[in-house]
Design a protein around this ligand. Structure first.
Ligand SMILES: Cc1ncc(C[n+]2csc(CCOP(=O)(O)OP(=O)(O)O)c2C)c(N)n1
Length: 203
C-alpha cells in the first residue's frame, strides 16, 4: 500500500475538515491532489503536526480535524499520544503513515523499519481507545470510514511503502498557507455563528 493511494481515497472527505500534514513527501502528495485552503502543511516543525491538530480540535470543537503524520515525525514527539489521550478531542482523527523511513530527507530507516517499535501499540498504551493498525487499502478505507463517523478521538496507523512523489515543489510558502488557512477558519466561524475577534479588526 502506498500513501498516495490512501490520500486519494480520503481526499473527497477532506473538503470540509481542517487538515494538518507533516512536511515533505506527504504534503507534496496531498498538494498534488489539489490544494484547498483548509489544508495546512506544517513546515520545519517536525513532530508537531499532531500538537497543532490537538490545539485546533480543542479550540474549534465544532470543526472536524484530520492530522496526516509520519512515523519519523511521531517518533520525535511520542508524548503526543499521551497528550491526545489526556484531552481526547472527539473531533480529531490522527493518521500516521508508517513507511519505516525518514523518506523526505533521503530515506533513512526509522525505528519502525525493523518492526520492533509498534506505534499503534504505543498509542493504545498511552490511553487512546480507538486505534487501528492497517496495511491494506481495504482495511485503511474501512478504518477511515469508522474514524470519520465515530465521535471520538481516533488514531489510524497505516503501514505504507517507503515511496514518495517524483518531484518536490509547492507554489505555496508557509506564511501564505498559514494566512489562508487561518482566513478559511475565520470564515467558517462566521458561517457557524462564531465571532472571530480578528475579523472585526481586519479593516
Ligand atoms: C527538528 C527537525 N529535525 C529534522 C528535520 C528534517 N526532516 C524533515 S522531514 C524529515 C523526515 C520525516 O519523516 P516522516 O515523518 O517519517 O515522514 P516521511 O518523510 O517518511 O514521509 C526530516 C528528518 C526537521 N524538519 N526538523
Amino acid at each position: 500500500m502506498e500513501r498516495r493511494q490512501c490520500l486519494e481515497m480520503i481526499y473527497p472527505e477532506l473538503e470540509d475538515r481542517l487538515v494538518v500534514t507533516i512536511m515533505g513527501a506527504c504534503a507534496q502528495e496531498l498538494y498534488d491532489l489539489g490544494h484547498r485552503d483548509n489544508f495546512f502543511y506544517l513546515q520545519h516543525a517536525m513532530g508537531l503536526a499532531s500538537s497543532i491538530g490537538l490545539g485546533l480540535a480543542l479550540h474549534r470543537p465544532e470543526e472536524r480535524v484530520v492530522v496526516l503524520d509520519g512515523d519519523g515525525s511521531v517518533l520525535m514527539n511520542l508524548g503526543t499520544f499521551a497528550t491526545l489521550a489526556r484531552y481526547r478531542p472527539p473531533n480529531l482523527v490522527h493518521v500516521v503513515f508508517d513507511n519505516g523511513s525518514l523518506l523526505s530527507t533521503g530515506g533513512f530507516d526509522s525505528q519502525t523499519t525493523s518492526g520492533v517499535t509498534d506505534l499503534a501499540g504505543i498509542a493504545r498504551a498511552a490511553g487512546i481507545e480507538h486505534v487501528a493498525a492497517v496495511d491494506t487499502p481495504m482495511a485503511f478505507g474501512e478504518a477511515m470510514i469508522e474514524a470519520f463517523e465515530r465521535r471520538a478521538l481516533s488514531v489510524v496507523v497505516a503501514r505504507v511503502a517507503a515511496v514518495g512523489p517524483d518531484h518536490y515543489g509547492m507554489d505555496l510558502h508557509l506564511p501564505e498557507n498559514a494566512f489562508r488557512f487561518r482566513r478559511w477558519i475565520g470564515g467558517r466561524g462566521r458561517t457557524h455563528g462564531i465571532c472571530d475577534p480578528q475579523a472585526s479588526v481586519a479593516h
